[in-house]
Structure formats: structure tokens, C-alpha cells
Design a protein around this ligand. Structure first.
Ligand SMILES: OC[C@H]1O[C@](O)(CO)[C@@H](O)[C@@H]1O
Length: 516
């Protein structure tokens, strides 16, 4: 499912096999999916800050922006539901599409879903690039959203099933990494196109290039062995396994895949299954982790950084350049997470990231509050603007090594096979729902909450950090087949999870220390 399913479905054991060229090509295709998602996340902020674009499609917002009679508070300059709908409609469409894609991925395979996703991306990008009215823009964004839904649902699954288990963890975070690279590319392109008359067309239309690569790439790829087994093509699956592992010694892995598929088929009602008391921690984390990931307020920065910087008095160029800087910080800090997550663990990254975000949000809120007050009139000096940008970067870095990648990793690794599809569906749907809500509400919230908006998100960061401190057990280095033991040795979850010996279908070890 979207954003995840990289976990080892064979119980964490390592099978014989090399990292073949074939697998590397699959990674490239998967990368296109993440890149496209990131590109769409990053492109609208810059485009909606381009004057020519606003004049053409949102003239009332442009008038409001240019109003220098002093009637409009800086905080409210971009407050327009139609303008935010341009950004947010994508995520609502993605939410709906990921459910449809889940069925197509299961019944017809991963490839059709990826291909359909690529096609939606292509048509959406072209519609946006050639748009002559707001309707074309919004319909284009909805199609891009369908693309995100189909790709986020199928690409990670495809990738995890193709990848040898030893690089599966890295690939999980690699997906978020590609998202951040997509955002950065979008920011760079906006910076480059902003001076051209039709710059916004190039920015929006250029998304068609990775979409074509994804479509063509998908056509050249083969289906995963797991999907072949799921659809009764056992002999083909064996051959495919030999091809992707670069060895004929695949019997053990093949039998594990068949067993896993049989187990999964026994679950008639995955949604009813996940509601059993023993899965309460799983449902809790699959719901609250994506909720909190979005309530960090990260997308207030990712979507609206150029607009926000413009509101704060940065010039046009400086606004877009600042977005490039925050985009760059986002990529580098995600790398930090990839290299430290298995060494220091998930909890420490979550907790450190939370505290760092909190401090930065308070400083940002205070700085804006002191300059713009409640009436929203004011401006920053060059030095103050640089200092503000510095704290925004520190905030983005904290997110990028904590809630960004861990928001996908933790829900996938805590769910055992029989509840993975349902758990992932919750994770993705909730993520998209809150991405939509924040995208839609941010500019209006800024208009009403003013600088207090940063304290609003900071309050959620306090709640989520306490939530992690008390409720999330450390999952670093815990083999998947022993994951159920973490609940039994946790001070809170051992009171909630029923005391049977067959949690999640896996045996658990009795000699665990108390966690955390
Ligand atoms: O890198 C920031 C991006 O990462 C996400 O949280 C996805 O994991 C997006 O919602 C956000 O725009």
C-alpha cells in the first residue's frame, strides 16, 4: 500500500540472492513514483506565488495581494478557498484513488496500478501546463491526485516485493528520500521559471517528463513474484524469482511466499480482523502517526513557503530561493535519518525531532508576532529575515530526520502480514486526509490565527512527542516475526493487548526487557 509495505514478508530471514541490474531498474521506476509525488507536493507553492499566474486564474487574490491601502492584513493577503483548493484537491483525489488502486493492485497486479498512475500523472500535468481556466487547473490537479493515489499504493509494494530483504529497509526510507528530491526539483524549477511569462506553464507541465518515464518504464518491467502467486501463476513466479535474485536457489523463498499468500488468503475480512483487541496498538499507531505527521505543520512550509516568505516581506526572488533552501535542507536531513535510524533507533529520532521542532516553532511564532503583531502590518530587516529562515530550516531538518521518513517506516514495520494491507490503507488514507485538510485550511488559518498558527502546530508537537515518549516501543533491530513481543513487554500495551500466546500470528519471546 501507499508509502510502505517494505517490511520483510518472509519474517526477516535473508535468502540467497544478489542485487541484480533488474532490481536496480525497478528501483528507478519506483523512484519516479516518489519523485512525481514530491514534485506535485513542491510545485504549487511557487506557482501560486507567481503574479502572472495569479492575475490569470485568481485575479481577486492578486487584487488583495496588491492592496496597499493598508486595509488587508499581511496574514490574510493570500486567503482564498479557491486558491487553496488548487493545492489541496490533489490529496482528496489521492485518498479516494488509493482505495480503488488497492483492489486493482491485488486483483490485477502491481504493474497495471503503476501504469494507470503514470497515465493520470501525464494527463494531469499536460492539462495543468495547457490550462486556460481554473476548471482545467483543478481537474488537472484531481488527475494528478489519482496518479499519486495509484502510485503511492502500488510502487512501494512493487519495490518491496522485488527487493532482496537486505536492502528493503533502506528502500523504505528511499521512497521518502525521493519525495524530498521531487520537492527540491520542483522548488528549483519554480525558481528558474518564475521570471518567464509562461513560467507557471513550464513548472506545471514539466511533470509530464517523469510521468512518461514512469509509464514507459512500467511497460518494460515484469510483475512481482508475490503478485503472480497471488493470482495463481506459480511457475511464472518461480522463474521471476530466479531472474530477480540472480540464482536458481530460490526454493526456500518461493515456499515462504506461497505460505504467506495462503495465510493472507485465509483472512476473509481484513477490516474486521484488524479490529480485534490484539491489534489495538497497531490501529492506534496506523492512525495517529500519519495524523501527527501532518499536524507538525510541515506542509504549511512545503506548500506555502514562497507565499509565506512573500507575506513576511521577502522579495519575489528571495521567496523562491528560500523555498529552494528549505527544500535542500529537507533532502539532506532525510539522508541523516537513513544513516542513523538503525543505529540510534526510532524513538530517539522522534523525540529529538519533536523537541527541535517545538523550539523552532516557538521562536518563529515569537519573531513573527513581534514584527507583525495582531494587525499584520510590518516587515523584516535583511538580518531578521535570515535569522527567521535559519530557524525554519532547523525546523524542516528536525521533521526530515524524524516524522517524515518514520511516518512511513513505523506503521509498516509494526503490522504483521495478516493486517498489513488494512493497516497501510489506514496509514495512507489518514495521511492524505490530513494533508488535504492542512493544504485547504492553512491560508485561512494564518489569516485568523496570525502568528499564533505556529503555536497551534507547536501544541500538537508537544502532544505527539508525549505520545511517542509514553506509547511507542522501540522497534529497532526487532525481527518482524518477534514484533508482537514489543507490546507484551510495554508498560501500557501489555494491559491492553489480550494475554494469548498467538499475537499477530507470530510467536513471541518471553525474555524481553520492559520497553521503552
Ligand atoms: O518532506 C515533506 C513531505 O513529506 C510528507 O510528509 C510525506 O511523507 C509530505 O506530506 C511532505 O510534504
Amino acid at each position: 500500500m501507499a508509502g510502505g509495505a517494505f517490511v520483510d514478508s518472509n519474517g526477516g530471514r535473508d535468502f540467497e540472492g544478489k542485487v541484480t541490474t533488474f532490481v536496480l531498474i525497478t528501483c528507478f521506476v519506483a523512484a519516479m513514483g516518489g519523485l512525481l509525488f514530491g514534485y506535485d507536493l513542491g510545485i504549487t507553492g511557487g506557482v501560486t506565488s507567481m503574479e502572472i499566474f495569479l492575475v490569470k486564474f485568481f485575479p481577486s487574490v492578486y487584487k488583495q495581494m496588491m492592496d496597499d491601502t493598508g486595509n488587508t492584513s499581511q496574514y490574510c493577503k493570500f486567503d482564498s478557498q479557491l486558491l487553496t483548493l488548487f493545492t489541496s484537491s490533489l490529496y482528496l483525489a489521492a485518498l479516494i484513488a488509493s482505495f480503488v488502486a488497492a483492489t486493482i493492485t491485488r486483483k490485477f497486479g502491481r504493474k497495471p496500478s503503476m501504469f494507470i498512475g503514470g497515465l493520470f500523472f501525464l494527463v494531469g500535468a499536460l492539462l495543468n501546463g495547457f490550462a486556460v481556466n481554473v476548471e482545467m487547473l483543478i481537474v488537472g490537479r484531481i488527475l494528478l491526485g489519482f496518479g499519486v493515489g495509484f502510485c503511492n499504493q502500488s510502487v512501494p509494494v512493487y519495490l518491496s516485493e522485488m527487493a532482496p530483504s537486505k536492502i528493503r529497509g533502506a528502500l523504505n526510507m528511499g521512497f521518502q528520500m525521493m519525495i524530498t528530491i521531487g520537492i527540491l526539483i520542483a522548488n528549483l524549477i519554480n525558481y528558474g521559471t518564475s521570471k518567464h511569462k509562461n513560467g507557471w506553464r513550464i513548472s506545471l507541465g514539466i511533470g509530464a517528463v517523469p510521468a512518461i518515464l514512469l509509464c514507459v518504464g512500467t511497460l518494460c518491467l515484469d510483475e512481482t513474484p508475490n503478485s503472480m502467486i497471488e493470482r495463481g501463476q506459480h511457475e511464472k513466479a518461480k522463474l521471476m524469482l530466479q531472474k530477480i535474485r540472480g540464482t536458481s536457489n530460490i526454493d526456500e523463498e518461493y515456499h515462504d511466499l506461497v505460505d504467506a499468500s495462503e495465510e493472507a488468503k485465509k483472512i476473509e475480512h481484513p477490516w474486521k480482523n484488524i479490529l480485534q483487541p490484539k491489534y489495538r496498538p497497531h490501529v492506534t499507531f496506523c492512525f495517529f502517526i500519519p495524523t501527527f505527521q501532518q499536524l507538525t505543520g510541515i506542509n504549511a512550509i512545503m506548500f506555502y513557503a514562497p507565499v509565506l516568505f512573500k507575506i513576511l516581506g521577502f522579495g519575489d526572488d528571495a521567496s523562491l530561493m528560500s523555498a529552494v533552501i528549505t527544500g535542500g535542507v529537507n533532502v539532506v536531513a532525510t539522508l541523516v535519518s537513513i544513516f542513523t535510524v538503525d543505529k540510534f533507533g526510532r524513538r530517539i529520532l522522534f523525540l529529538e525531532g519533536g523537541i527541535q521542532m517545538l523550539i523552532c516553532q516557538i521562536i518563529i511564532g515569537v519573531m513573527i508576532g513581534m514584527k507583525f503583531g495582531l494587525n499584520g502590518q510590518g516587515s523584516f530587516s535583511k538580518g531578521e529575515a535570515d535569522l527567521l529562515l535559519f530557524f525554519i530550516c532547523l525546523y524542516v531538518a528536525a521533521f526530515a530526520w524524524s516524522w517524515g521518513p518514520l511516518g512511513w517506516l513505523v506503521p509498516t514495520e509494526i503490522c504483521s502480514l495478516e493486517i498489513r494491507p488494512a493497516g497501510q490503507a489506514i496509514n495512507v488514507a489518514v495521511n492524505m486526509l490530513f494533508t488535504f485538510a492542512i493544504a485547504q485550511a492553512f491560508l485561512t488559518m494564518l489569516c485568523h490565527f496570525k502568528f499564533g498558527l505556529f503555536f497551534f502546530f507547536a501544541a500538537f508537537v508537544v502532544i505527539m512527542t508525549i505520545f511517542i515518549a509514553f506509547l511507542l516501543p522501540e522497534t529497532k533491530n526487532i525481527p518482524l516475526e518477534e514484533m508482537s513481543s514489543v507490546w507484551k513487554s510495554h508498560w501500557f500495551w501489555n494491559k491492553i493487548v489480550p494475554n494469548d500466546n498467538d499475537l499477530g500470528g507470530y510467536n513471541h519471546k518471553s525474555n524481553q526487557k520492559s520497553i521503552p
